[in-house]
Design a protein around this ligand. Structure first.
Ligand code: UDP
Ligand code: MG
Length: 335
């Protein structure tokens, strides 16, 4: 995405992409810790905040941070698009040779950044932080997350690393690769894994949220899981086929039995219960497989519309050299 007036041509070595939705309480502390880490690191860096249509004071907090720190750039999305798209917007505008995506709720410790950078300098294209433990989360969430990673590992043809969030460093060529994946249904962990290159895990302990509340609930997580599976594998369709074949085979053999009994023994009319059971069972299987097919048809519908992924109210690059700020309020496509 080319910007015309100088600032965009300035390339920091490192861009920190931080999407935030209603994070007013956490942002100042987040910024303090990230800048402390960046100061230590001592490389030209940019912190790119993405305001994902927050309804609280997040945007003004970001503006304040930008006023106080020349490294801060800011994307203000036109509404709440969800974290996956907010991250995508961040990647589109990130100018760094290496880009780190991080949650602003401080569940991803910024102190890992130097180690990520070290591994990037050692030649890796993707350095993903891998959780060793999840403090402050219920056992139910841990268990469901566990099952989800194992399931996607089994059925999807792409290896999504286990217990890995979105916190990771991407090299420029990995960023450019991810940018070319323009699908509407963006299961980012899957996309990051899909592009390949040299990927390496960096183990860490996941902290509890610093403040505010998680934007996730079980319904969202369930949909997220469906998203992950349907965007990366058509195995559910094949499972539907096999269920269909299985029931058909069973139905034919049972039909043979019924036919034989009727011929040989002149079976009197009986079997209302078994008839009901078979009808309900077949009806259920049919609706279920239709639903599975529907999931994929719906996704095709969304993709064929070819809409841009997001719109921005404003993009303001940090005044890091050259010392002019730019802003634009225009329409941004997926590129
Ligand atoms: N987030 C976002 N848009 C949304 C929801 C969340 O940009 O619609 C950001 C949020 O501000 C945070 C990160 O994504 O920085 C992770 O969100 P959250 O902590 O709610 O998810 P969890 O850590 O529970 O997976
Ligand atoms: Mg969180």
């Amino acid at each position: 995405m080319s910007q015309s007036n100088g600032v965009a041509e300035y390339r920091p070595l490192l861009t920190i992409v931080a999407p935030a939705y209603n994070e007013q309480e956490v942002l100042p502390e987040f910024h303090r810790r990230v800048s402390a880490t960046l100061d230590q690191l001592g490389m030209p860096a940019e912190i790119l905040y993405v305001n994902d249509g927050s309804t609280d004071a997040t945007l003004s907090v970001m503006r304040q941070l930008q006023a106080d720190d020349r490294r801060v750039s800011l994307i203000d999305l036109s509404r709440n698009f969800g974290k996956e798209i907010a991250m995508t917007a961040g990647l589109d505008y990130a100018r760094g040779e290496a880009v780190i995506v991080i949650d602003t709720d401080l569940q991803d410790p910024p102190e890992l950044i130097p180690e990520m950078v070290r591994l990037w300098r050692a030649g890796h294209d993707v350095v993903y932080a891998q959780r060793q433990s999840r403090d402050g989360e219920t056992w139910l969430k841990k268990a469901t997350a566990h099952c989800f990673y194992r399931l996607i590992d089994r059925v999807a043809r792409v290896r999504v690393p286990r217990d890995t969030g979105d916190y990771r460093l991407l090299s420029r060529r990995a960023v450019e690769a991810v940018q070319q994946l323009k699908e509407q249904h963006r299961f980012m962990k899957g996309l990051f894994a899909w592009v390949g290159f040299s990927q390496i895990a960096l183990p860490y302990r996941r902290d509890a949220r610093y403040a505010g509340v998680t934007k996730w609930n079980y319904w969202k997580l369930w949909n997220f899981a469906i998203e992950g599976i349907t965007s990366f594998t058509t195995v559910p369709l094949r499972v539907a086929t096999y269920i269909g074949l299985g029931t058909a085979a069973f139905a034919f053999s049972y039909a043979a039995v019924v036919f034989y009994r009727a011929i040989m023994h002149g079976d009197p009319v009986r079997g209302y219960p078994s008839l009901m059971i078979v009808m309900l069972f077949l009806g259920g299987v049919q609706l279920m497989t239709l639903g599975v097919i529907g999931e994929y048809v719906g996704r095709m519908f969304n993709e064929t519309k070819g809409r841009p992924l997001y719109f921005t109210n404003q993009v303001t690059f940090g005044a890091n050299p050259p010392a002019v700020a730019t802003s634009r309020s225009d329409i941004v496509g997926t590129a």
